[in-house]
Design a binder for this molecule. Structure first.
Ligand code: IMP
Length: 436
């Protein structure tokens, strides 16, 4: 594989999110003209370290930090205008002006303050199964309103002020009644105030709102190279993930087709992004979780704290059953194994190669979250390595034990490795072209 010849490429996470997609996009982006977000919203947290400066983006596609790139937020995404405009402003204050390089879909759904509140109240309420541990960005309630077809509002509706006013008044009255009926909710939303706030946002967003689907097809026809930037991870996918401990959208390659509005044949390559170990933020089953000192060590070394919420991430060994299931669905062209450097200095490394459930042994990823919770991981143990990896730029620079570790993952996921992350900086990466 050659990185300058990948065609339109989809970057998709094969674990529970936070695999390092932001950094990978940053590394690959020089080969692309357009970077498109196709699902999710400001629940995403992409961290990019460039020239020693750290940028954390939630709503904007991370590729937009590069001057040659147009960033797109396509119709499968949800947009929180306060977050979007805040991010644009804070980038400007740090000397990054994205100017005319952003387009957002007029079909995308809008996140409103009542979505965020509903998300928080639902989490606080004692529901069967306990908390989901959401990012509290209002994502679930917003997608639920979209699918209901009664309460969702698209970006294009902001530009018909009278109709927007009327719809929002009805919707806010409904939301207030709903929240009062279900939760301890005593500060009803003021429809007029939200209307004025959003009409103001609409004017600020006007220059970048368009039919991104049409624009994307025009640009592809003209030869533009497109990078589809996935958010969250495959195991958080609403259909394929550890339901109900998932996000509200499809997160995989299929979501590119529906969320960006392109045919499957328009995606020429897929990079499956994994972390060299596993992390999860929020609730849900995690068979290889390390709850003791080792988990803390990995968390501190890897800086494993949520980009969106600051929550400590749960850390554990690499799980080839879980990631293998995601790889089967995505069938990536290659893997990007990020954060390998975090594992330096551990005496030995474990890799989960199967689950034991009672007497049964399986290498199948179960549908039932409770079954997965009960699964005991079966490990293969490999020797660790001491060397610091951040200076490695070729596979041959890695210690033999690190190469063996990568080989095991690649074999189990039946996918060649194309990228290895050896540090947070843009250049701290090994790019493997044609096997070397
Ligand atoms: P929501 O997407 O905010 O509804 O959260 C649902 C679940 O997905 C929670 O466990 C979140 O922690 C998780 N989640 C959502 N977005 C991300 C992400 O970008 N990285 C990691 N986990 C995420």
């Amino acid at each position: 594989m050659r990185f300058d010849d990948m065609g339109n490429t989809c970057v998709v996470g094969l674990q529970w999110g936070d695999e390092g997609k932001g950094k990978l996009v940053d590394v690959l982006v020089r080969h692309f003209d357009l970077v498109v977000r196709f699902s999710g919203g400001a629940n995403a947290g992409h961290t990019i370290v460039a020239d020693g400066e750290t940028f954390a983006l939630h709503q904007l596609p991370s590729g937009v930090l590069h001057e040659h790139v147009t960033g797109m937020i396509a119709c499968g995404s949800v947009i929180d205008p306060a977050v979007l405009l805040g991010e644009i402003q804070s980038l400007r204050e740090r000397g990054v002006d994205i100017g005319d390089r952003l387009r957002i879909s007029h079909r995308a759904q809008l996140v409103f303050p009542y979505h965020r509140r509903q998300d928080m109240l639902a989490e606080q309420a004692a529901l069967p199964g306990g908390k989901l541990g959401t990012t509290a960005r209002g994502i679930g309630p917003c997608y639920a309103d979209k699918v209901s077809r009664r309460w969702g509002i698209r970006v294009c509706e902001l530009y018909h002020a009278q109709r927007f006013r009327e719809r929002l008044a009805t919707i806010v009255a409904h939301k207030n009644a709903y929240l009062v009926a279900l939760y301890d909710f005593r500060e009803p939303f003021d429809a007029l105030a939200i209307t004025e706030e959003y009409l103001n946002f609409a004017e600020q967003m006007r220059p970048v709102v368009c039919d991104t689907t049409l624009l994307l097809h025009e640009r592809m026809k003209a030869g533009a190279r497109v990078l589809f930037e996935g958010a969250q991870g495959s195991l958080l996918d609403i259909d394929h993930g550890t339901y109900p401990y998932v996000t509200s959208t499809s997160t995989g390659v299929g979501a590119v087709v529906s969320g960006a509005g392109v045919p499957p044949a328009a995606i020429h390559s897929t990079v499956g992004v994994i972390k060299a170990y596993t992390t999860r933020v929020g609730s849900g089953p995690f068979p290889t979780e390390l709850s003791g000192a080792l988990g803390d060590t990995i968390r501190e070394r890897g800086g494993e704290y949520g980009t969106t919420t600051g929550r400590p991430r749960r850390c554990g060994w690499f799980d080839t059953v879980a990631a293998g299931y995601a790889a089967m669905i995505a069938r990536p062209t290659c893997l990007a194994v990020m954060h390998l450097d975090t594992l330096s200095g551990l005496d030995e490394l474990k890799v989960c190669v199967g689950y034991r459930n009672g007497p049964a042994i399986s290498n199948h990823f179960p549908a039932d979250a409770y079954e997965l919770q009960a699964a005991q991981p079966l490990y293969e143990t490999l020797p660790g390595w001491d060397a610091e990896l951040s200076g490695c730029r070729r596979l041959a620079d890695l210690p033999a034990a690190a190469r063996d570790y990568l080989e095991l993952i690649s074999t189990r996921l039946a996918t060649p490795i194309g990228v290895v992350g050896v540090g947070p900086e843009r250049e701290q990466v090994i790019l493997i072209e044609n096997g070397a």
